[in-house]
Design a protein around this ligand. Structure first.
Ligand code: NAD
Length: 256
């Protein structure tokens, strides 16, 4: 379905980003990966699907590096047809103790990076009258949780940015939508499981159960594969008129 298209997925060396990049590659899209950690492993996994893959190591907290990444993607593959703004980080602390540098980093990486990549991707999408922008927000783009001020603020911001991007392009072939996952067992959430296990003297399995019990009636983690399938739907012709939604995939978290 996506043969000949190019998808750039930020923060795609692990977790949800890699899951979405994999699902788009399975539909034939060439992929530009970004993120830290096992960059060779991520590239090899995508290349094994028979598509072209490129990697750019831009740090999403710097506008100038995001600009360089967008230029690199356009130079390598012609243009970016699908932009997935996925890179994100978390820090947990009450507001009065929240480190200012962590606040700044979370707003920059989770929210401002999506603005910068979007503003640079739009002109070519508008010229082609086709584009898909998918913002990975969170249930925390829809509801709050204690001790996650920067994350919740950034994700509510991402949902707002999604609506405005969708509206400004509503009469064109460029759509923008957000995905709002509940708990997904990636390195980002494993850190929170580890903290809970340590604080409460629980095993890894019991800490996971407790995390789910607090928020997700389904008692199941959402998987990167399920989120990848939703991203593929947003890129399909059936989603031509799906614009500005914040689609939760959260085991009932926000239905409560
Ligand atoms: P993860 O830690 O597995 O992946 C994060 C990715 O972002 C990695 O590739 C990492 O290298 C990259 N990254 C981090 N800082 C970066 C920076 N400064 N510049 C470039 N890349 C950077 O986490 P994940 O759980 O897959 O998270 C992906 C997205 O999904 C995030 O936006 C997160 O907020 C969101 N999300 C996660 C969950 C969950 O339960 N895991 C739930 C809802 C939303």
């Amino acid at each position: 379905m996506l043969k000949g298209k190019t998808a750039l997925v930020t923060g795609s060396t692990s977790g949800i980003g890699l899951g979405i990049a994999t699902a788009l590659a399975q539909q034939g899209a060439n992929i530009v990966l970004n993120g830290f950690g096992d960059t060779d492993g991520a590239q090899a996994a995508i290349r094994s699907l028979g598509v072209k893959v490129a990697y750019h190591g831009a740090d999403m907290s710097h506008a100038s590096e995001i600009e360089a990444m967008m230029k690199f993607a356009a130079d390598t593959f012609g243009r970016v047809d699908i932009l997935v703004n996925n890179a994100g980080i978390q820090h947990v602390a009450p507001i009065q103790d929240f480190p200012v540098d962590k606040w700044d980093a979370i707003i920059a990486i989770n929210l401002s990076s999506a603005f910068h990549a979007t503003r640079m991707a739009l002109p070519a999408m508008q010229a082609a009258n086709w584009g898909r922008i998918i913002n990975v927000a969170s249930t925390h783009g829809l509801v709050g949780s204690a001790e996650k001020s920067a994350y919740v603020a950034s994700k509510h911001g991402v949902v707002g940015l999604t609506k405005v991007t969708a509206l400004e392009n509503a009469t064109s072939g460029v759509t923008c939508n957000a995905i709002c996952p509940g708990w997904v067992l990636t390195p980002l959430v494993q850190k929170q499981v580890d903290a809970k296990a340590l604080a409460l003297g629980l095993s890894n399995e019991d800490a996971k159960k407790q995390l789910l019990q607090e928020k997700e009636p389904s008692m199941q983690f959402t998987t990167p594969e399920e989120l990848g399938a939703l991203a593929v739907f947003f890129c399909s012709p059936a989603a031509n008129n799906v614009r500005g939604v914040a689609w939760n995939m959260d085991g009932g978290w926000t239905a409560q």
